[in-house]
Design a protein around this ligand. Structure first.
Ligand SMILES: [Zn+2]
Ligand SMILES: [Zn+2]
Length: 250
C-alpha cells in the first residue's frame, strides 16, 4: 500500500500545499481520502484525473470535501462524455450538501457522477483495503479511518480533539497520519483540534510505528510543531507531512 500526500494544509490551502487530501494505492486501486480545497489540481501531478476508484470524505468541512465540486465538473463535462460513476463514502447528508455547494438542485444533485454511500462506524471492504471507521471528536460528524492491506496499516485521524476512538483505530498501526492545528498555549478550545504534543501522545498510547503530522496550518511555525511533538513520550519517528511526499508504511 502506498500513501501519497496530495494536500496537508490545515483549514485552508497554503502556499506549498492544498488542504487535506491523501491518495492510497494498492493492487492498482486508487482511493482518495478527503478532497479539500485546491487538492484536485495537485492530484493531477500524481495520477490521471479519471484514475480514482473511490473517494472517502472524513467530514463536510470545506477544507476536507470542497474539491468534490471541481471533480464533479471534471467527470460530467468531459468533451468525450461523462465518466462512469464512482463511490463517495461520506457522512450522512453529503449528497445534498455537495449539491448545494455547487448550486445544483438537491435531486438529482451529483448522482450522475458519484454514488454516495453513507459512512457509519464499523468496518468494510473498499477495493483491496479493509477500512475501519469511527466517530472522532469534532463539532460536526467526523470519521477517523484505519486502512489495512497485506498486513500493513495506516490510521488517519481526520479532524479531532482528544479521542479515545482514535486510539482504538490507531492501535498498533504502522503509521498514524494525525492532524495538528494548535501550538501549545493556555486556554485552547477542547474537542476541536489536537496540538502536536497531543497528537504524539495519541501515537504513544496507540503504540504506532511512526507518526506523521498533518493538517498543518500556514500561520503556525512548523519547526515548533515538530519540536512540540518530539518533546512528548512518543519515541518512534515523527515527521511533518508535505504535499507530494509518498511512502509505503512498514
Ligand atoms: Zn480541517
Ligand atoms: Zn473540520
Amino acid at each position: 500500500m502506498r500513501l501519497t500526500i496530495i494536500g496537508c494544509s490545515g483549514s485552508f490551502p497554503g502556499p506549498d500545499s492544498p488542504a487535506s487530501s491523501y491518495l492510497l494505492e494498492a493492487e492498482g486501486f486508487r482511493l482518495l481520502l478527503d478532497l479539500g480545497s485546491g487538492s484536485l489540481g495537485v492530484l493531477q501531478r500524481h495520477v490521471g484525473l479519471y484514475d480514482i476508484d473511490a473517494v472517502c470524505l472524513s467530514h463536510l468541512h470545506a477544507d476536507h470535501c470542497l474539491d468534490l465540486c471541481a471533480y464533479y465538473v471534471a467527470r460530467i463535462f468531459h468533451p468525450d462524455g461523462p465518466r462512469p460513476r464512482i463511490p463517495v463514502y461520506a457522512p450522512g447528508g453529503a449528497a445534498s450538501r455537495m449539491a448545494q455547494a455547487y448550486g445544483l438542485e438537491e435531486s438529482p444533485g451529483m448522482v450522475e457522477a458519484f454514488e454516495f454511500c453513507t459512512l457509519t462506524p464499523g468496518s468494510q471492504r473498499i477495493g483491496p483495503f479493509q477500512v475501519a471507521t469511527a466517530h472522532v471528536n469534532h463539532p460536526v460528524e467526523t470519521f477517523g479511518f484505519r486502512l489495512e492491506h497485506a498486513g500493513r496499516s495506516i490510521a488517519y485521524s481526520a479532524d479531532t480533539g482528544e479521542s479515545a476512538a482514535l486510539l482504538e483505530l490507531a492501535g498498533g498501526a504502522d503509521l498514524l497520519l494525525c492532524k495538528t492545528s494548535f501550538l501549545e498555549a493556555p486556554g485552547l478550545p477542547s474537542d476541536l483540534h489536537l496540538t502536536a504534543r497531543q497528537a504524539a501522545q495519541h501515537a504513544a498510547r496507540a503504540g504506532v510505528g511512526r507518526l506523521m503530522l498533518t493538517h498543518l496550518v500556514p500561520w503556525n511555525d512548523q519547526a515548533r510543531t515538530l519540536e512540540e511533538a518530539r518533546g512528548s513520550s512518543f519515541t518512534g519517528p515523527i515527521s511533518l507531512a508535505a504535499s507530494g511526499y509518498s511512502l509505503e508504511p512498514g
